[in-house]
Design a protein around this ligand. Sequence first.
Ligand SMILES: Nc1ncnc2c1ncn2[C@@H]1O[C@H](COP(=O)(O)OP(=O)(O)OP(=O)(O)O)[C@@H](O)[C@H]1O
Length: 260
Amino acid sequence: MSAELKIAEPVLEIQNLSKSFGALKALRNISFSLELGSTLVIIGPSGSGKTLLLKTILGIVQPDSGRVIVGGVDTSDYSGNNQKLLDRFGMLFQQSALFDSLPVWQNIAFKALKNRQADQTNIKNEAIKVLDQVGLRPDVADLYPAELSGGMQKRVGLARAFAGDPEFLFLDEPTAGLDPIMSNSISKLITAQSKNDRITSIVISSDLKSARKISDHMIMLHEGEIVWSGLTKKLDTTDNPYVNQFIHKSAEGPIAVLTE
Ligand SMILES: Nc1ncnc2c1ncn2[C@@H]1O[C@H](COP(=O)(O)OP(=O)(O)OP(=O)(O)O)[C@@H](O)[C@H]1O
């Protein structure tokens, strides 16, 4: 880990996280810390372990070794019940993963409904406010996911991640598969959210233009290992061969290019 990513009082600390599937060492000794309000972007080629890292931090996948410390508390102290932990995170995974049988507002307010945090009308009104944040009109609240375009589903997924004032926001390729206009508008939303100094975010992004705007620092994964970490502003001047190959989309370099 570079000295630049050492932080005095981190809100999230990842220590020596490793995970294998059979012979595949999918995560190797991953360590980093995040400061309150910071945004980290994870880059890396397909299959390098980016999504798995997020899932392991959340306890959706159990690591073989290593520790995840959230606000000074080791998450293994949750004794296998990570629901309390998950409620502090807003998440968007690649396939938006909306519940088809629930209208949009219930998808957004899922956590609040489950925890019976307020009465239904108030919860729905809150969901409509978050819909507005992602540029969707109130009448979308009563539609079902199947009635939405892919871009709208992504926005609803993002609204669900933003709902309920999460302390942490984990977004996995939030602009993947969107047309350039929609992608730009989602990037703007995430950029605005990333300026919120109470929310600490990790975003997986192959969209380097957007990644540069939203992140303070980045890590690059390759075959489950951090091969570079540093300040975003150093991305273009580092002589790290992995980063250089990745940002210049070159076939030459240490990252093997798969051919059919
Ligand atoms: N539950 C699992 N069982 C077996 N192998 C897994 C599992 N989850 C992830 N892997 C493997 O771990 C590696 C990392 O997967 P991961 O989904 O994190 O990649 P990624 O960097 O997010 O890729 P992409 O950019 O294509 O989404 C891959 O080789 C994947 O096949």
